[in-house]
Design a protein around this ligand. Structure first.
Ligand code: ADE
Ligand code: ZN
Length: 339
């Protein structure tokens, strides 16, 4: 059947905002916990999934950091990453840019090397097996100090060539961009791409400060930009992309229901918005589920879905040749699909 849902499922797309620890499905979590001899406080997979009910970002983060504690060996990080890449490929994701939170692991005594080797081997194998390209982005946890971020940066440098960019995540309110001004400056000097979560729970000022103080070139979430017309004008003029995560926003009560989601307004204003899954195992859906849910809630047209897919490629950190190739694939798909 040629309907918009099939169009969404089949259109080639990129995912630009996914935390690998947030793709940890309860089934795999139980399996890895068992083989590592770690007991978890939930009796069953269903029990654990039932606990995925959150009033805000912090309630989610508390459970998300707990889940990650069972990841010990390189194979664990490999299996986690491979499971995500396989699932993303099934959603016709042709390119993905994956965040990882090294501090969640190194603070428990897991060597940086173990984490990055497991993740990057899966990325290489998935490229071979599925043809999916991927980049790795290292996120600093903003509830920790800037000093700790510097230590993590230092630790990562032997693997500099495996990490394309730097992000900033975890508890936003009370941990403003200014806290990380020095580390972002250093990362900029080292040639990393820079981005930060901003305006998810924090105000529009967190977004403008991330642009001014951290010199980011892509905004993760960015919902609250609509509160500040000067900021919107800037985002449009500078063609800054937003990595928007509709089901995450719903589950973390950033929006009360998807009909009030700002995605359509963003597109109408000329903002380069993209759709992403954030932490799919916790928020009830991978990238296509996000596209479908928001299409239905906001009655997005086929042309708006097409634009979101194009935006996902143009907002990626791919080189211009691969961007042009993937955009031509999207155009060809659109012509062939014919709705
Ligand atoms: N870490 C994982 N998901 C996150 C989110 N949505 N916001 C902040 N930190 C996160
Ligand atoms: Zn996120």
């Amino acid at each position: 059947m040629k309907n918009i849902e099939n169009y969404i499922k089949q259109i080639p797309k990129a995912e630009l905002h996914i935390h690998i620890e947030g793709s940890f499905e309860p089934e795999l979590l139980f399996e890895i916990a068992a083989r590592n001899g770690i007991s978890i406080k939930f009796k069953s997979v269903d029990d654990l999934r039932n606990a995925y009910k959150f009033q805000n970002l912090q309630e989610f983060l508390d459970i998300y950091y707990q889940g990650a504690q069972v990841l010990i060996k390189e194979q664990d990080f490999y299996d986690l990453t491979m499971a995500y890449l396989k699932r993303a490929h099934a959603d016709n994701v042709v390119h993905t840019e994956i965040f990882f939170d090294p501090q969640t692991h190194t603070d428990r005594g897991i060597p940086f090397e173990t984490v990055i080797n497991g993740i990057s081997k899966a990325m290489d194998d998935a490229q071979q097996k599925f043809g999916i390209s991927s980049y790795l982005l290292m996120s600093f946890l903003r509830h920790l100090s800037e000093d700790e971020a510097f230590k993590t940066l230092e630790m990562s440098l032997p693997w500099r060539n495996k990490i394309l960019g730097i992000g900033l995540d975890s508890s936003e309110v009370g941990n403003p961009p200014k806290k990380f001004e020095n580390i972002f400056k250093e990362c900029g000097k080292l040639g990393f791409k820079l981005m930060a979560h901003a305006g998810e729970e924090g105000s529009a000022e967190y977004i403008s400060d991330s642009l001014d103080l951290l010199k980011i070139e892509r905004i993760d979430h960015g919902n609250r930009c609509l509160d500040d017309t000067n900021l919107v004008d800037r985002i449009v003029k500078e063609q800054l992309a937003l990595t928007v995560c509709p089901l995450s926003n719903l589950k973390l009560k950033v929006v009360n229901d998807l009909q009030q989601h700002p995605l359509k307004s963003m597109l109408n204003l000329g903002i380069k918005a993209t759709v992403n899954s954030d932490d799919p195992a916790y928020f009830g859906g991978y990238i296509n589920d996000n596209y479908i849910a928001v299409q239905q809630a906001l009655n997005l047209s086929k042309d708006e879905i097409y634009l979101l897919a194009i935006n996902s490629i143009s907002a990626s950190f791919l080189n211009s040749e691969r961007k042009a190739y993937l955009i031509s694939e999207i155009e060809m798909f659109d012509r062939k699909f014919g709705i």
